[in-house]
Design a protein. Structure first.
Length: 430
């Protein structure tokens, strides 16, 4: 658990879009630039102004100084008041203090402005330290602000520190100092950026941020669970069970192929699979999809990682060269299997065995969803193969109950089914 909690301001504590964009708009207009769509200026929220003016408008040093001066001219009188605290943040800060956490503000915004904003929000009592940049641009990077904040807080053990922010600069600054970073998605960033810059944690809502900070709940599983539920890739019907091909009655049906038809969800899933491979199987040389459900996921993930890929049929072809493994695979290559769903584990273990017989070294499996059935766990253990899933039935059940897909009391039915699929006593329970 983390005891020093550093919060970014814009996009993390405060929705400051109106004040920031109006201030940038004011500066650009006074410098002779035409802005047709003010919403495009949201990209200025979070990063240091100097780097934003240089990156987005190619300003030289003199122009940057003028832009910052004009920005502050508007912001000091008006823009600073055009911000509002995010719902739930005040309660989160209060609870963190009640649990004895050191709460710190670490923002690229000038400290004199940050102090006024926090006071305006009525939450200054919850912050042990308010740290920001300097007006003279001496402390002008996120890393410098974080170091300054930690020095003021007396934080010597960096393993106890976490930075909470919504942009790549928060991740990069935290990495430079050597502390963990949680990237939040309710601000102005996005999942793709969070994954690209390898944030240590990715958290979607203020409620889940509280669970993470106080209970240690990791939430990537929840993001993918929400995604799958939102497109009915996971469909829950505890009152009217599905019948599987095996004859088993099930309160859940999973069709992860639907993710391929939903671009936003598909991006979340494939980027998450890529991250699983990078973090858990860094020596991977080839991705192999299971036929047919894992093929597309393997192809997209391989593209993200710039890796070769292939796929494994359920059996050898009865024509042509009679291949079971499609795509180039050399003996000794390190392979990760991409699978969409793990239930009892039988089919994916057949794929693993086929690859091993062909001389590959199977590092493990990356899958989208697992039921967590004991039979599947035992089979994978017996085959000596590791599986990392993006989400699982327990998380799906929690999220589904929270969001009204099922009644809270139905969670127990799902877990009973998972624990013993052949026991149908859960059917008809009130």
């Amino acid at each position: 658990m983390f005891n020093y909690i550093l919060f970014d301001l814009d996009g993390t504590v405060a929705d400051s879009a109106e004040g920031v964009t109006n201030s940038v708009y004011y500066a650009l207009c006074h410098m002779g630039f035409e802005v047709s769509d003010k919403s495009e200026l949201k990209k200025f929220i979070g990063p240091p102004l100097s780097s934003s003016f240089k990156e987005f408008y190619g300003f030289n040093t003199e122009q940057i100084e003028t832009g910052i001066k004009l920005y502050r001219e508007y912001y000091t009188d008006k823009g600073i008041n055009e911000a509002k605290i995010y719902d739930g943040i005040k309660n989160l800060l209060r609870r963190l203090k009640a649990h004895g956490k050191k709460v710190i503000l670490a923002t690229s915004k000038p400290e004199v402005f940050a102090v006024r904003i926090i006071e305006n929000f009525g939450v200054s009592e919850y912050f042990d330290v308010i740290a920001g940049s300097t007006l003279d641009e001496e402390r002008n990077t996120k890393a410098k602000v974080i170091k300054y904040a930690l020095d003021k807080a007396g934080a010597d053990d960096l393993s106890q520190v976490i930075m909470i922010g919504d942009r790549k600069h928060d991740v990069l600054g935290a990495n430079e100092i050597g502390v963990k970073c949680a990237y939040i998605l309710y601000g102005y960033g996005n999942l793709q950026e969070a994954q690209e810059y390898k944030a240590d944690y990715i958290i979607d809502t203020v409620d889940n941020l509280e669970k993470f900070l106080l209970k240690g709940v990791f939430t990537m599983e929840r993001i993918i669970a929400k995604d799958l539920l939102s497109i009915n890739a996971v469909f829950l019907r505890p009152q009217e069970p599905f019948t599987w091909a095996s004859g088993i009655k099930s309160p859940i049906y999973c069709d992860n192929r639907l993710t391929l038809s939903a671009p936003r969800v598909r991006d979340d899933v494939e980027n998450a699979l890529a991250r699983v491979v990078e973090e858990n199987y860094p020596e991977c040389e080839v991705l192999m999809g299971t036929s047919t459900a894992g093929i597309a996921h393997a192809a997209i993930t391989a593209t993200i990682l710039n890796l070769p890929m292939g796929y494994v049929r359920s059996g050898a072809k009865d024509h042509g060269r009679g291949n079971q493994i499609e795509g180039k695979l050399e003996k000794g290559q390190k392979v990760v299997v991409i699978e969409d769903l793990i239930s009892t584990g039988g089919s994916v273990i057949e794929v693993v065995n086929a690859l091993r017989e062909a001389g590959a070294e199977v590092l493990g499996i990356a899958s989208i969803f697992t039921y967590g059935m004991q039979k599947g766990i035992d089979r994978l253990n017996a085959a000596n193969v590791k599986n990392i899933s993006l989400t699982n039935l327990d998380v799906i059940a929690d999220v589904a109950a929270e969001q009204g897909y099922i009644k809270p009391e139905d969670k127990e039915k799902l877990i009973k089914f998972r624990n013993n699929p052949s026991d149908e006593s859960w059917i008809g329970e009130a």
